[in-house]
Structure formats: C-alpha cells, structure tokens
Design a protein around this ligand. Structure first.
Ligand code: GLA
Length: 458
C-alpha cells in the first residue's frame, strides 16, 4: 500500500452522469474535450480531533461526496480554472508564477496549493498550462474537508499532466505540506485519508512515517453526518492556528519541566516518546507541570527563559502574534485523552464485543465533551445537535473536523436509522423560526468510500 500510486480507471463517460455533465460543460466553457478526470473524496473523522498536528493517530473514513476535475493540458503557460458552481468565479494565472494569497482564502488558492506542492517537489520552475473545470458535492465549510479534497485533486491533476509518478503516501505528504501555503497549520489527516481511503473500511492514520491501517466498523451500526449549518472557514479566522500554537507551547513547557531539550520539541507526542511513558502517565505529568489558569505570553517567556520577540518570531505563527492568553493545561489534557480514545476505538472494533456499538458511542460522547470543554472548539448549535442526535437513538455523537461549526457524526444502531433521520430532521432543521438555510441542511448516513483516482475515457 505504501508504494502504490493512485489508480487510473478507464470509464465510459456516457454511463456516468456527473462525468458526462462535466464533459459537456467543459466543452461549452473551453471549446474542447477533457483529456482526463480526477476525483478526490471528502472525509468524516470518526474520532481523534485536533491531535494529528500533535503527532497522534486519527481515525477517519472517506465519504462518497467528492471533487471532480476535468482537465486538458494546453501548450500556453496559462492555468484556467472554472467551477460548475457559479458561486466560485473563474480564475486564470500564468502557470510559471503561482502566487497564493493568504489574506483571502478564495477557492482557487486551494487548487494552487496542490499545484505548487507538486511543482516544488519536482523542482520545476515551468509548468505547462491547463484548462480545468471543477465540480464538487462536499458541503463547503462544514468540517468534511472540501478544501483538502481540492488541494489533493489539484495535486493529482498536476502530477498526471506532468506524466510523473508518486505513491499515495508521497502525494498525501506533499499535499498536507502545501495546504499550509493558505496559512493554516493543519495536520495531515485530511490529505492522507483522501489518498489512502479504501471502500468499505475506515483507517487508522499514523504519522512519521505516514501509514494507514484498516479499521473494520461494526456491521450493526451506521454513521450519520448532520450539518449544524454554522459555517466555519478555518483559513479565515485564527481559532485553528491558536490551538496549534497552544499545543506547541504546552509541549515545550512539559519538555522543559521534564528537563528535556525543549527548544527542538514541537509536538505533544514527542514529549511522550522522549519520556517513554503511557498516555495515562502523560495526563498525570500535565497535571503536575501545567496550571489550569490561562498563561500570558510573559509567563510563557519566563518559563522558557526567552524574550517576547523570540516567542513571536521563533515559535508563534504570524496570525497568533497578538494572542494574549494561552490555555495550555486544557489543550494538553484534551490531546492526550483523545489520543487514548482513538486507540481504544480501534481495539473495540478489532475485538468486536457484543456491546461494540455502545462502547464506541461512549468514546464518541467523551470525545465531544473534551472538544467542547477542554479544547473549546464546539459551538452552541453543535452541542444542541449532538444532544438531539443522542435523544433520538444515537449511541454516541460528536462534532467532526475542526469544529466551531460544521457537522456532527453519530453512531446509530442500524434498526433505528429510519426513525433517527426523521426525528433529527424534525427537531433540528424544521425549526419554527426557519433560520437554517435549506441548501445547507444535510443529514445522511454514510459508508467508507474509496480514495483519489484518475479516470480516462474508454
Ligand atoms: C482540520 C485539519 C486537520 C485536523 C482537523 C481537526 O480538518 O485540516 O489536519 O487537525 O481539522 O482534527
């Protein structure tokens, strides 16, 4: 698996309505026929939130919703991008001078991240141009990774245009790194599952080195995604990067407390690995070493023996320079406990005891509580939605993805699915005040889908 490249599949475009629509729209937009198509899926994270960038394993699966791009390489050095959704305006640029504007996370910038990642990997200064038409059905800004799917899709498009080869693991690593051009310090979960997903199985994704292991989900339950309809654009706010920095600072303070070489430490996992102790023991170390009261930048500087200038320029990201309080204790407690829940979740799936669904549900509920109270990445609507899901039959329910809006994922016994969907719909979406935009409402059962691939017309 580690050495596999994304598959190329020959298809009769006429038999695939979405590809056919894309081919026709491409023709009317660019006056030609696409040479190939690429797809990359979105994902739902079942458990393991905000711990990938701390070095810990996560447990997502790909959803069937995806991004499709129809592509035609052209001789001019111009990249032309269009989207079937009129909300996303056309964009064109010289393929030899890719600029990614961090100040405005516009849709085409995610495409440019994937393209630039591949270009840099091969050390190419010139790229041939291409015409691309994008079509997506992953609800945007809903925690299902529509933006990473675009980065991954663009990476695979560029690789295919160049006629080069990379493994899925290499592609995932390149795209995880290049998505940071947008300014968010994400981990590698979204890009890894978009490439490494396989139909019918969730994956445990481990980092350094990146690898994915099948996790078979219980047959008696269904995972249901529900959109809270609160939009979260993690590139447009600093919430996300603040959490990444809080975890980084917590790791440094814990390392210093344990007399490790703290200046090289970036991730909470490194502290555990260097101490060679369990996650449960790391929770105890956290309680001894850190205090629940928020830390000021001055206190952090005192603890580490550095200046404010050094804190800003050597540790913090640009959009967190001016943060005045850092909650280190709460963030570290969330990360170490969530990392342990991921391992328990996998073990329960493997051992499959009689009460599997109930046990997995409990872990998902604990995960939500920790995200809400310790990591503070929930919001009132998500909390209300998980309560509604539990009330109508979910054994467990939690926010999924970065949080602060977006979707929940619930584990629902298969025999309760029909009534669950009807009741949740009524209780959350059919509000008397009509405040939720109908186009954002989505509530659906999902199954593990496959990863990114290339289609050629047969
Ligand atoms: C975003 C990031 C991921 C991960 C999740 C939270 O989706 O891109 O790397 O950190 O948030 O679990």
């Amino acid at each position: 698996m580690a050495t596999e490249s994304p598959a190329t599949r020959r298809v009769q475009v006429a038999e695939h309505p979405r590809l056919l629509k894309l081919k026709e729209m491409f023709n009317s937009k660019f006056g030609s026929i696409p040479k190939f198509y690429v797809r990359a899926p979105g994902r739902v994270n079942l458990i393991g939130e905000h711990i990938d960038y701390c070095g810990y394993s996560v447990l997502p699966m790909a959803v069937e919703q995806d991004l499709l791009i129809a592509v035609e390489p052209v001789e001019t050095y111009t990249l032309q991008l269009a989207n079937t959704n009129p909300l996303y305006p056309d964009f064109s640029t010289s393929a030899t001078n890719i600029q990614i504007d961090k100040t405005k996370p516009l849709w085409h910038n995610y495409f440019l991240c994937g393209l630039k990642g591949i270009q840099e990997h091969f050390g190419l200064s010139n790229l041939t141009g291409m015409n691309c038409l994008v079509d997506g059905n992953i609800p945007p800004r809903s925690g299902l990774s529509s933006s990473s799917a675009l980065v991954c899709c663009a990476g695979l498009v560029t690789l295919t245009v160049l006629g080069m080869n990379l493994t899925k693991v290499e592609l995932a690593e390149i795209c995880a790194k290049s998505e940071r051009y947008i300014g968010t310090e994400g981990g590698g979960m979204d890009q890894s599952i978009s490439f490494l997903a396989e139909e019918g199985t969730a994956k445990l994704i481990e980092f350094s080195p990146l690898r994915a292991t099948n996790v078979n989900l219980p047959s008696g339950a269904v995972f249901v995604i529900a959109n809270s309809c609160v939009e979260m654009n993690k590139a447009a706010t600093s919430h996300f990067n603040i959490r990444v920095m809080e975890c980084r600072l917590a790791a440094k303070l814990l390392a210093k407390y344990k007399s490790l070489q703290w200046d090289k430490v970036l991730q909470l996992e490194e502290v555990q690995a260097k101490l060679g102790i369990s996650l449960e023991e790391m929770l105890l170390v956290t309680e001894d070493a850190l205090h629940p009261e928020p830390y000021s930048p001055e206190e952090i500087c005192r603890c580490l023996g550095i200046t404010l200038e050094e804190l800003r320029t050597q540790i913090l990201s640009p959009n967190t320079y001016d943060v005045l309080i850092f909650k280190l204790y709460q963030r570290a407690k969330h990360v170490y406990s969530e990392a342990a829940r991921v391992l328990q979740f996998k073990k329960i799936c493997e051992e499959a005891p009689e009460n599997t669904v109930q046990l997995l549900g409990e872990l998902m509920n604990q995960s939500h509580m920790s995200c809400r109270d310790m990591y503070e990445c929930s919001c009132p609507e998500l909390d209300q939605l998980v309560d509604i899901c539990r009330k109508f039959g979910a054994e467990g329910s939690r926010l999924t993805g970065a949080g602060w809006g977006g979707c929940t994922v619930s584990i629902v016994p298969a025999d309760k699915l029909t009534s669950f969907l009807a009741n949740v719909h009524k209780a959350y979406y059919q509000r008397s005040d009509g405040s939720l935009a109908p186009e954002k409402q989505s509530l659906f059962a999902t199954k593990p889908g496959g990863g990114a691939l290339v289609f050629l017309e047969a």
